[in-house]
Design a protein around this ligand. Sequence first.
Ligand SMILES: Cc1cc2nc3c(=O)[nH]c(=O)nc-3n(C[C@H](O)[C@H](O)[C@H](O)COP(=O)(O)O)c2cc1C
Length: 175
Amino acid sequence: MSILKILITFFSNTGNTEKVAKSMKDGLTDYDVDLIHVNDVDPTTLSSYEIVFLGSGVYASRIDKSILTMIKKAIPELPAKFVYFCTHASLKLYQEPFKRITDIIKKHNCEIVGEFDCVGENLGIPLDTQLAMLERLPEDQREKAKKDRVQNKGRPDEMDIENAKNFAISLVKNL
Ligand SMILES: Cc1cc2nc3c(=O)[nH]c(=O)nc-3n(C[C@H](O)[C@H](O)[C@H](O)COP(=O)(O)O)c2cc1C
């Protein structure tokens, strides 16, 4: 039996999503896995993978547009199976950051076989700017947002990284 060929590709502004991506690769030792930054992916190779993992931080409720650009360049030669993963500063993912890619994937009869997300401390906006943004929130949202900011310190942490690894292992094993 041939070994499953998997691509893990990601965009990461401050390294949080990259940590998650690396951990997923570390878990998938039984497979032929390429871990490639999205800017270095050749879109013409995408369909040579059985599964493609797409990862990004969430910025203004969306994943980085480099992922979408890469997918658009690969059309119509898309792989059959995609996995999404993202990191975000809100303690719960309440957005739909991959929506535009999902629309493309469904149109081309590909499948989203798994999704993983975890919290990532916001290291990309200076602290004083973040605090000023919090003060501008409506009062009812401000306290919760302040608590979220304190609680996401140091994330993704060891547990998040372990969760990402286990997610990847069990997902691929059960496909
Ligand atoms: C400009 C900017 C916008 C952001 N917008 C959101 C957002 O809309 N929702 C959210 O939960 N986190 C948001 N974040 C936080 C990041 O998603 C989070 O810190 C993530 O882990 C960053 O991943 P990275 O280190 O891989 O870039 C934002 C961060 C930055 C710098």
